[in-house]
Ligand binder design. Structure first.
Ligand code: URP
Ligand code: ZN
Ligand code: ZN
Length: 473
């Protein structure tokens, strides 16, 4: 099957140019650049006379690599509730928004192996994903056996391990455990992802708030101060530095945390970080509207609006390398209301896998980042960071044909009425955005065209990933 995409502008992280793109079966076979002198409706010389099965006219539109969301939680069981998007519904929604790869999280139960957690996750995901998918593992128990398992898993293509200074009941690792994990990945080529909030200190603040009768959703925001995020980001970067391991901070939410990443990077630490659309667009005041605020309960929490400017600057300056969603949707009615009387019982997490690419594009419209940087943070950098470089994250020969034909002018309104995520509200209800995908291709197959679903559950393949160490500099 040959598809030729003509007349568009290829936008890659390293530059943009007019080019025709030839897709053969699952891969990009060739990119034929077009000189300035070539008429708009003329094919690049490379493809003149070529017989193809389909030609897509991308005039006026951009040809960009499919998005890679490095942080999702499909079907995550948080004990009291299970995240509403299944691997099927969540990957379909991702594709509608221009994302063609997700990296999701398997979880180790305390006392069990990493492998058992991965197997349980695989049994949920396999055969259900509409786009390609890979796994990180959330580690709850660092011991001799799990450290040895890490070596084996890295060799098999599961190269990334999330550790926590948060969630004492389920996931928190002490300093020694963190050091051991960093040391192991320094040796085996893996990468530690850190949820860096001080869970033990947060418990003290939380208890005091609850005892004083402050139990509305807003107090979730106050219970997890940015100071305690900054403190942990500083600490874990220094641990990683001591053993010369790279570290990737997930869902960085605050200026306090960003400042520590910048300080670490300036010292030469191999420190990298991801932020999320919710920290760039939403703020603490949304929690302060009575029960409605429960829609915005996530950890780390939304911060005061004045943190956003610095996060955007962090993205522009490459102090923050990626944008992931931390997509973890719970219905407002029937799930969030488990915490109706007490914010401590509200399932933590927000929906967003469908909106990420378009939301970050608003940064291009606003002049905060270039279109090339947009492609970099939503696709190319996650590919490099997570062992998919050379395969995904660029419009280039030999890469998987994960391609988005993006209309930078097309406007639409974000709403639960029209989104494809399996959740009963949108965090961005009523917000008009400019820019949207017209066509989404996953490994050469058109899965979305003009708002119509043409994909299939089970088309997505599990991604065994390489060590990304050579890119983590
Ligand atoms: O509130 C959040 N972020 N829920 C998902 C779990 C996590 O810590 O990433
Ligand atoms: Zn987390
Ligand atoms: Zn998460």
């Amino acid at each position: 099957m040959r598809t030729l995409i003509t007349n568009g502008t290829v936008v890659n992280a390293d530059g943009s140019y007019r080019a025709d793109v030839l897709v053969e079966d699952e891969r990009i076979a060739a990119v034929g650049r077009i000189g300035h002198e070539t008429a708009a409706d003329q094919l690049s010389d490379l493809f003149a006379g070529l017989v193809v099965d389909r030609t897509i006219d991308a005039a006026g539109r951009w040809i960009v690599p499919g998005g890679i969301d490095p942080h999702t939680h499909m079907e995550l069981d948080v004990g009291s509730a299970v995240a509403k998007d299944t691997f099927e519904s969540g990957t379909r929604a991702a594709a509608f928004g221009g994302t063609t790869t997700i990296l999701d999280f398997a979880g180790q139960e305390r006392g069990a192996s990493l492998r058992a957690g991965l197997d349980a996750w695989l049994s949920q995901a396999e055969g259900h994903c509409a786009i390609d998918y890979g796994a990180h593992i959330m580690v709850s128990d660092v011991n001799a056996a799990s450290l040895a398992e890490m070596d084996q898993l890295v060799a098999e293509g599961v190269t990334t391990f999330k550790l926590f200074t948060a969630y004492p009941d389920r996931y928190l690792s002490d300093d020694g455990a963190l050091m051991r994990a960093f040391r192991r990945t320094a040796d085996n080529g893996g990468l530690v992802l850190m949820h860096a909030e001080n869970g033990l200190a947060i418990d003290v603040v939380t208890e005091a708030l609850a005892e004083a009768g402050n139990r509305e959703p807003y107090y979730h925001g106050l219970s997890r101060p940015a100071l305690l995020e900054g403190e942990c980001v500083n600490r874990v970067i220094r641990f990683a530095e001591v053993v010369e391991a790279p570290v990737y901070i997930v869902h960085l939410s605050s200026r306090d945390a960003l400042e520590e990443v910048v300080r670490g990077r300036d010292r030469g630490a191999l420190a990298f970080a991801e932020t999320c659309p919710q920290y760039l667009f939403l703020d603490l005041s949304l929690l302060d509207q009575g029960w409605e605020g429960a829609k915005y309960v996530c950890s780390p929490p939304l911060r005061p609006a004045d943190h956003q400017e610095e996060l955007w600057l962090g993205l522009a300056r490459d102090d923050l390398q990626t944008v992931g969603t931390d997509h973890c949707p719970f219905d407002f009615v029937g799930q969030k209301d488990l915490g109706r009387d007490d914010f401590r019982k509200i399932p933590n997490g927000l929906p967003g896998v469908e909106e990420r690419v378009d939301l970050i594009f608003q940064g291009v419209i606003a002049g905060r980042i270039t279109r090339e940087r947009w492609v970099e943070v939503v696709s190319t950098a996650p590919a490099r960071m997570f062992g998919l470089a050379g395969r995904k994250g660029a419009i280039a020969p030999g890469h998987d044909a994960d391609i988005v034909v993006y209309d930078p002018e097309r406007k639409h309104v974000l709403s639960a009425e029209t989104h494809h995520m399996n959740v009963d509200y949108s965090c961005y209800e009523g917000m008009e955005v400019q820019g949207h995908c017209d066509i989404v291709m996953s490994r050469g197959r058109v899965v979305v065209e003009d708002g119509e679903w043409l994909g299939q559950a089970g088309h997505g393949r599990f991604l065994a990933r390489e060590s990304s160490r050579e890119y983590l500099k």
